[in-house]
Structures are given as structure tokens and as C-alpha cells.
Design a protein around this ligand. Sequence first.
Ligand SMILES: Nc1ncnc2c1ncn2[C@@H]1O[C@H](COP(=O)(O)OP(=O)(O)OP(=O)(O)O)[C@@H](O)[C@H]1O
Length: 582
Amino acid sequence: MSGPRPGALPTSTGAEAARTARRLLGGHRRALAVSAAAFTVAGLAGLVAPLVLGRIVDLAESGGTTSSLVVAAALIAVAAVVGAVATTVAVTWLARAGEPALAELREEVLDRALHLDAGRLEEAGAGDLLSRVGDDVRLVQESLRDAVPTLMTSVVAIVFTGAGLFALDWRLGLAGLGAVPAYVWALRWYLPQSGPRYRAEREANGERAEALVVGVHASGTLRAHGLAADHQRRVEAASWRAASVGIDVVGLFTRFGNRTNRAELVGLLLVLVVGFLGVRADAVTVGEVTAAALLFHRLFNPVGAVVFLFDEVQSAGASLTRLVGLAEMPRPAAPAPRAVADASLRLRGVGHSYREGRPVLVAVDADVAPGERVAVVGATGAGKTTLAAIAAGHLRPTTGTVELGGVPLDAAQADGRLPVAVVTQEVHTYAGTVRDNLTLAAPDADDARLVAVLDAVGARGWVEALPDGLDTVVGDGAHPLTPAQAQHLALARVPLADPLVVVLDEATAEAGSAGARDLERAAAYATRGRTTLTVAHRLTQAAAADRVWVMADGRVVESGTHADLVAAGGTYADLWAAWSRR
Ligand SMILES: Nc1ncnc2c1ncn2[C@@H]1O[C@H](COP(=O)(O)OP(=O)(O)OP(=O)(O)O)[C@@H](O)[C@H]1O
């Protein structure tokens, strides 16, 4: 079995997961206490039927009356009702403690996931993260809903039934205990193998999800580079590994089932043999032996459930360690917020390598004055997107610093205003109304403000033409927006958020040439008066900017106005000439 992939997100130890579970459950002590009391009542109620049945056997032997039989039957019925009510109360109150605790953990996990450094996320892979916030949360939740209550009910039944056996007669109790070594032997065989196997199963599923996510997201690129077959082999290998680990787990569990069946047989035989000898020696009654055999038989289901659910709870435990591992990842120390002096951007010695020894940005020194609009141009792979992501604070540079208004970007505070807003080509439409998609950026904006901004960015016409205007529900499964419309809304969010700095990376690329002009007009409005860095693929954007940076091989090789750079006859002049000839 191989260990986790290098770079995978961390997994906590069992002890750390238990500590986190205790911390989260600690706030719900009252619910846990009610649940524990109800489980106790249910456990006691469960003893009534076997004991009373044993008593009926003795009554039958000694010529009991019909009325005593009726009383016994009534007792069994009352105990069944009490047991059912107590179990319902116990399970309900357990959920009242468990569900909020899990919700808190989910929030912590999501919060940590959302604050993962882009580089770290890249290293770990989106699939690993998705399988944690998806599969692992679901597994823990299902286990909390189904497995944990049944496990608790079973453990309580086992404890009370064991005590009941001893209460009947200590020899019968000891006979029942005779099954314990057989169970222990089965568990000692099973446990050391099962934990690592469940962990391997979770990891294999995570790797399979990662391979599938990459395959779906990057299908175009993989095909374009002739890597589709390679990637398909990677998906096949990951799927096969997940399947074979799954088969391995089922095989192990089946063999464990055989061993527990043997333990049940040993225990029941011991109770019957000891009971037989006890009756012969007049030490116990036939009724007591009947009750003991019924009690012991009653253990089969709870013990089976514990064994069966142990599997599930252990698997959920493995998921919990993955959730806790992520939630408790050390957070980079957040610098104390400092007020910015103005809206200038200053990059000093900024370098970046996605892979060690392969720098894609090299010691970039560059400044953007407050309110200045800079367009970044250059060949594919020159480092434009990387520079934009660093200037936006989305990517931590390997070397160098980025300052906004004289303050490190991650500490910048601008009187409650958003320091930097980013619009890239990959725009997400959030599930909700068009209004929701806009007020994300300005929760207090009223419809008049939204309509004014939509008007200013040139989106009012098509928004009002939607079936319900601002109230139209968009996003997955609702009214579909074209990529250009989604981009238009993203650009409208910029003036609503009112940031000091705007970073646009191919933010107007999502359209044909007519649509591109609309988006360019929207971008011009969104960035008016703001410090702006635009990764420009159409050189008309560069021509309209205050200044142009030309990038090549991770460096800013030219910087100046469009006119100056064209006149200088360098790289930009060549690019412009090629663009103008199109
Ligand atoms: N996440 C990543 N992991 C590894 N390498 C990357 C990553 N992103 C970009 N690169 C590499 O870094 C270099 C610079 O990429 P970047 O996207 O910044 O260039 P660009 O000028 O924006 O290119 P384009 O115009 O094609 O978007 C390229 O060689 C690219 O392959």
C-alpha cells in the first residue's frame, strides 16, 4: 500500500481528530447528557423481555396462573414501548449535539479551504480538496446520522445484556464472557489491517477524483497537446487502484465476519453447557438458563452491528482525520492591517517559480501610479497572468514584495474599501438572481444603484430583457447566461465593490468582436479613476491604456505609452504592427 501523494493536503492523527471532536461536542453537553440518560433507559428496557420470558418458563414449570402470564406479557409490551421512546429521544438528542458540531467543523474546513494559498492548492490538487469538502463531509455526516446512533444503541445493549447475564447467575455470566477471547482474537486480527486499508481507500478515491477533475477541466488542453490518451491511462490507473483497494476492504471484512460467527457459536455453546450443568446441579432454574440463552442470543445483533458499523465508523473516522487535517492546517500569520497612503502599486524584485529551478517571473520592479491604467502585453507564457495574480494578492510570489499605497498588499486596509478587485476570464455565475450576483459586491446597494451601474457598463438592456429582469434566477439549472453576459455582470460588480485597484486578466476575451467592444466599454467604466492592471490580448486595450508593459521571459522588457513604444521600434512596435496587419 502506498502512502499519500507528495504534496497532498495533511491528514490529522486519530488523537488530533478526537481532540477536535471533543472541542466541537463540548458546546453541546446538555444534549449529550439527555441522550446518554435516554440510552441508559433504553438499555434497561431491553433486558425486560428475555428476563420475563425466562420467568414464564419457570412459571410454566411450576404451574403459574393465566393472570401471571398476562402480567408478564404486559410487562414485555410496556418495556418495548419505553425502549422505543427512549431510543428515539436518545438518537434525536445525539443528533442535536452532533449535527451542529459537524456544521461547525464543515465551516472550519471550508474557511481553511477558501484561504488556501493558490500555490499550495495547486500542489495538493483540486480533486483532493473537493473529495474532502464533498465525500469526506458526506461520509462523516451519514455516519453521524445512521452509524453512530446504531453503534451507541448496540454498545449500550451489549453492556446491559452482559450485566444482565451476571445478574441472573455469575456462572452464566462467565460462560457468556467465554466468547470474549474469540471476539478479541477476531478484532486483533482485523483492526491492525482495517485502519490503513480504509485510509488507503479514502486516498485512492481522492486520487481518482483528482484525475477525473483534471480530465474534465483541462480536456481541451489535454487534447490539444495530444495528452488525452496519457491522461486516460492515469484515470484508469487511479480508478483501478480505487477499485482494487475497495475489493481488498470487502474481502477483509468478509473474513472478519467468519471469525465473529465463530465467537457467537463458542459463547452460545458455553452458556448452554454451563446452564445444563447448573440445572442438573440445581444451581439455576431452566427459566434462568432460557433467559441467559435469550440474553446471549440478543447480543448477536448488537455485536454484529458494532462489527459491521465499526467498518463504517472507522471509514468515517478516516474521513474525519482528513477534515481535521485540513481544518487545522497552520494558517500563515496574518499581518496587522495598516492603512494605505494612496492607490499606488509597487512591485519590487518580484519573482515566481511554480516548480523549483524554473522561474517564470524574474525580479520584476514596476510601479503603477494611483489611478493609472497599465496594460500588460507579451507572448504566450511570458508571465502576464502570473504577474497579475501576484499583483492581485492571489498568488504569493516566491521572491520580492508587492505594496499597495506603501503597505504590504496582504496588510493593506483602505477605510473599509476593497483593496483589490479581480476579474479573470473564468467567471462564475452564482446560483441566485441577477440581483444576488450583483449585490455580492455591494450588499447595501438598492435597485436604483444596480440599474445605474448596469446602465453605465452597458448591461441594462439585456438584463431588463431577461424573463424577470433583476429577479431572473441564473446559474446552474436556472436561466443560462452566456459567458459574455456572465463577464458583463462580473465587470458591473467592480464599480459596485468600489476597489482601489482593479486587475483584469483577459476579462473582455469572452466574446466575438462586437461583444468584445461592449465588454471593453464596460471594463473602461469599471476601471475609471482606479489603479488598473489589465492583461491585454487585444492591443486596442493596450492603445487605450495610460502605459504599456511588455513582458518577455518573465521580465518587463519595455514600459511606456503606446505612442512612445510604437515610436521606439522595439518588441511592442513589432506586436502592434502584426496586430494592425490582421
Ligand atoms: N499553475 C502553474 N503551474 C506550473 N506552471 C505554470 C502555471 N501557470 C503558469 N505556468 C507557466 O508559467 C509560465 C508563465 O505563465 P503565464 O500564464 O503567467 O503566462 P502568460 O503570459 O499569462 O501566458 P498566456 O498569455 O498564455 O496566458 C508559462 O510557462 C506557464 O506554462
